[in-house]
Unconditional design. Structure first.
Length: 410
């Protein structure tokens, strides 16, 4: 939920988001609108990475250009338990995904059960390529409260373009098998995860918004899809804004601080904490849970500095925020209503709405350091090469990897 429209959607779909429909949600909204930089509440949500390893190279994802830069591994279960022990008293939800495919972690069953036993709501997002019966039963029986399946396409051609490395028929069989098991468990009175089908669709400037085609919904007719969640591709903080294969949604016209910094933390598999889940390359590392508490990091100097930059309109001073579309909201009815309410809360000297400098324009996008090392043309070539694209029938020339750039904001 990084846009105003998505905030409205959260309220509408309260069953999906019941984990964050809570009295503390009102405090988050107030302090986000107010522009507070030190917050009187802990994070509402965590994105906790079971693994940074992914078995796909999707053209709309930074994995396609190797943005992880060799930072691959699996979370140690003892470290995971330490995080849960601390977070269980305040986290309304832990999202068990970040840069990789969570079902690749061989101890996922233990991870789920420990969260369940500590009464933590767990959300798993999977590409479903390895979602066989064993994994499906694990998700249902071991404690996932919400399962989001990323399945982008009503037909083989579109799906395999969007999910590079996956096979349409096999994944479809996995998804239908999982949903059939959910239906079976529900008939027998078992608690089951809330199921979401997330569909990333090619950006269409003529459409008022992404909509799932009826013929795709028909594929799963009679199966328990609790919610369809269509999305446009986004630019992943500028890294994938111009990638040469999939057009990301454009920047909006109105500046507003991204609400992520007021509600969530993202934790890598090794315990480092990123400022947000768009940080695939460790550009804005703000702490480490092996040596710090989550509360210390939440209101630590790195996070406070980032919030301050954004409320003062200096987002370009932060390497990851500089090219991100999450701080640029589109004109809409939701934006107008939000802006009217916010004007009663926010100090007048804090820059929101339309600004003279405006959003980055095509060709002028301010990229994160790792993306800047490769360059706009280079990252487009990497994404294209990773997805088998050959202009004029000639293979794209490979580009040498650059060492990762880390900006510590402490």
């Amino acid at each position: 939920m990084n846009t105003v429209d998505q905030a409205i959607k959260l309220v509408r779909n309260w069953r999906r988001h019941q984990a964050v429909i809570h009295p503390r949600t009102a405090r988050f909204l107030y302090h986000w609108m107010r522009g507070s930089t030190t917050l009187p509440y802990p994070p509402l949500k965590l994105h906790l990475e079971p693994t940074s390893v992914c078995n796909l190279r999707c053209p709309m994802c930074p994995q396609a250009i190797d943005a992880v830069k060799g930072d691959t591994g699996y979370i140690n279960v003892d470290l995971y338990k330490k995080i849960v022990d601390e977070a269980k008293d305040f986290a309304l939800e832990i999202n068990l995904f970040f840069r990789g495919e969570p079902l690749l972690h061989k101890q996922m069953s233990e991870i789920l059960r420990y969260g369940r036993d500590n009464r933590v709501r767990l959300h798993v997002n999977t590409n479903a390529t390895i979602l066989r019966e064993q994994q499906s039963r694990m998700l249902i029986e071991d404690g996932a409260s919400k399962v989001t399946i990323s399945f982008d396409g009503p037909d083989k051609e579109h799906y395999e373009k969007m999910r590079k490395g996956a096979k349409y028929e096999r994944t479809l069989e996995n998804v239908r098998g999982f949903l059939s098991l959910v239906a079976e468990y529900r008939r027998n009175g078992w608690p089951t995860p809330y199921t979401v089908m997330q569909v990333i669709l090619p950006y269409d400037p003529e459409s008022p918004g992404p909509n799932v085609p009826d013929h795709m919904k028909a594929i799963f007719e009679g199966l328990p899809v609790d919610e369809w969640d269509p999305l446009w591709p986004h630019g992943w903080a500028g890294v994938m804004q111009e990638n040469g294969t999939i057009q990301a949604q454009p920047y909006g016209e109105n500046y507003h601080p991204c609400n992520w910094l007021w509600k969530s933390l993202a934790i890598y598999w090794d315990g480092r904490v990123a400022s947000c889940c768009a940080d695939f390359s460790g550009d804005q590392v703000i702490g480490d849970v092996k040596t710090q508490s989550l509360r210390e990091i939440w209101n630590g100097p790195g996070m406070v500095k980032l919030r301050t930059m954004q409320v003062e309109g200096r987002q370009k001073d932060a390497p990851l925020c500089s090219g991100c579309d999450a701080v640029w909201q589109k004109d809409s009815t939701a934006w107008s209503a939000f802006s009217a309410i916010e004007s009663r809360i926010r100090p007048a000297d804090m820059p929101v709405g339309k600004r003279k400098d405006g959003a980055p324009r095509p060709g002028e996008i301010v990229l994160s350091p790792v993306a800047a090392d490769v360059g706009v043309e280079g990252q487009a070539a990497l994404a294209a090469a990773a997805n088998g694209y050959m202009p004029n029938g000639k293979p794209v020339r490979p580009i040498m990897d650059q060492p990762p750039v880390t900006t510590a904001l402490n």
